[in-house]
Design a protein. Sequence first.
Length: 171
Amino acid sequence: MTNDARANTRIVGSLRSADGKGAVRMEDRYDTDIDDLWSALTDPYRLARWIAEVQGDLRLGGEFQARFTSGWDGPGRVEVCEPPRRLLLAMNPGQQDETVIEALLAAEGDRTRLVIEERHLPLDELAAHGAGWQAHVEDLAAHVAGSEPGDWRSRWTELTPSYQDLAADLT
């Protein structure tokens, strides 16, 4: 984690590339226990409060449809589900632009560490995804604190230059 002097904003994400594809990784601690955070990541009602409307079969091997606050709309499949520690989703499964989203949770006293990573992204989209994921995890923090999420689009716009700087370091 770094502090960005450009916007005096705490950046919780990192970007990396391998084999011509990119990955966005978010890591932060939340002021809630692991079971509550797991619920926020897997309960459709709670997901709709901070990241996406999700409908379908959310069990291991199940397929679902998601409409993210960022505007992305498409299918997904639950590849791994190990409550309350690990969730792995294939987004747009079987398609050329398939990505995977993995969430890892670890209890740390009365707080929970969460790592979310999206992999197999086009390199030219890393900055946009990084800013988007940070806006999403900030909305998650607001949700578990009992607050309403912020204006996702405004926050994404504010964060994008910092993530563009991170993406430029990959070339």
